[in-house]
Write a protein that binds this ligand. Structure first.
Ligand code: SAM
Length: 257
C-alpha cells in the first residue's frame, strides 16, 4: 500500500491487530442488539463495516445466514479467512451491493461516524432489510463513560492538543435516536452497555491503545500511555479499562409499493 492508500484506507494495515486486540471488544453490545432483534437461526444478517469479521464468526455459530461489507481490502481478506462461509464484499455503507429486503437484520458497529456517513448508511441498511426486520447501530458512548478516553486525552495533551480536552461531550444517545427517526425506523431498543477491554501488560496496553501508529510513535508515547493508565492497572500488571458503547435498534416498517 502506498502513502495515499494509507491515508484513504487506514484500516487495512491494522486488520490483524484489530482482530487480535479489539475484535471481540463489542461482544456485550452484540448480545444486546441480537436480543432486541429477536434473531433466529436461518435468518439473514448483514454486518456493515465488518472489519476483520469477528461478528461474522459469532453469527455463523448461531446458524444464521451471514454477510459483511467493508471498504478496506485488508479487513476483507481477514474476514474472508475467518468466516469463509460468509458473503463478504468490498464496498461502502452508503451503497450496499445487495437487493432490497435481503436480510432480517443489518448492523453497523463502530463503523459509521455519527455525522455525515450515518444517515445515508441507515437509509441503505433499511432498504436491504425486510419489513418487520431490524437495523442496528452501535458506537462509542460519550467520553466520560470510557477509561480509554482518559488515556487518549493524556496523549493529546502531551502532543499539545488541548482542544481534545476541551471538546464538549457529544450527545451520542440523542444522535442515535435522531438517526433512527430520520431513517423512518421505529426504535425498539436503545441503551448503554459496558464493554471492558483488557491488556495483559504495558506492551499490549500501548499497542492496543495506539493501534495504527508507527513504531517510533509507539516508543515516544509509551510512557504517557502507561502513566495515564495507572488507575486501571491490576496487581498482576495487566490492565482492565471500563468502556461503554451505545446502541440503537430500529424496526423497518411496511413499504408503500
Ligand atoms: C473500528 S473498525 C470496526 C470493525 C468492526 N465493526 C468491529 O466492531 O470490530 C471500523 C471499520 O469500519 C470500516 N469503514 C470505514 N468507513 C466505512 C464506510 N463508509 N462503510 C462501511 N465501513 C466503513 C473500516 O474499514 C473498518 O473496518
Amino acid at each position: 500500500m502506498d502513502d495515499q492508500d494509507a491515508d484513504t484506507d487506514p484500516w487495512s494495515a491494522m486488520a490483524h491487530e484489530w482482530h487480535r486486540r479489539w475484535g471481540r471488544f463489542a461482544e456485550p453490545a452484540w448480545a444486546a442488539v441480537l436480543d432486541a432483534a429477536a434473531l433466529r437461526p436461518g435468518q439473514g444478517v448483514l454486518d456493515v463495516g465488518c472489519g476483520p469479521g469477528d461478528l461474522l464468526v459469532h453469527l455463523t455459530g448461531l446458524g444464521v445466514r451471514v454477510a459483511g461489507i467493508d471498504p478496506a481490502p485488508g479487513m476483507i481478506a481477514v474476514a474472508r479467512a475467518l468466516a469463509p462461509s460468509a458473503d463478504v464484499r468490498a464496498g461502502e455503507a452508503s451503497d450496499l451491493p445487495w437487493d432490497d429486503e435481503s436480510f432480517d437484520l443489518a448492523i453497523a458497529i463502530n463503523a459509521l461516524h455519527l455525522a455525515g456517513e450515518a444517515a445515508p448508511a441507515l437509509t441503505e441498511m433499511s432498504r436491504v432489510v425486510v419489513p418487520g426486520g431490524h437495523v442496528a447501530i452501535v458506537t462509542w458512548a460519550e467520553a466520560q463513560h470510557n477509561d480509554v478516553d482518559v488515556i487518549a486525552r493524556a496523549v493529546a495533551a502531551d502532543d499539545g492538543d488541548e482542544s481534545a480536552a476541551d471538546d464538549e461531550q457529544e450527545a451520542v444517545a440523542g444522535a442515535l435516536d435522531r438517526l433512527l427517526a430520520e431513517a423512518g425506523l421505529t426504535a425498539v431498543a436503545t441503551g448503554l452497555v459496558e464493554t471492558p477491554w483488557e491488556a495483559a501488560d504495558d506492551g499490549a496496553l500501548v499497542r492496543g491503545v495506539l493501534l495504527g501508529e508507527d513504531p517510533e510513535t509507539l516508543a515516544d508515547r509509551a510512557s504517557v500511555v502507561v502513566t495515564a493508565a495507572a488507575p486501571f492497572r491490576l496487581d498482576d500488571g495487566s490492565y482492565r479499562l471500563r468502556n461503554h458503547l451505545r446502541y440503537a435498534v430500529g424496526c423497518v416498517g411496511a413499504r408503500s409499493r
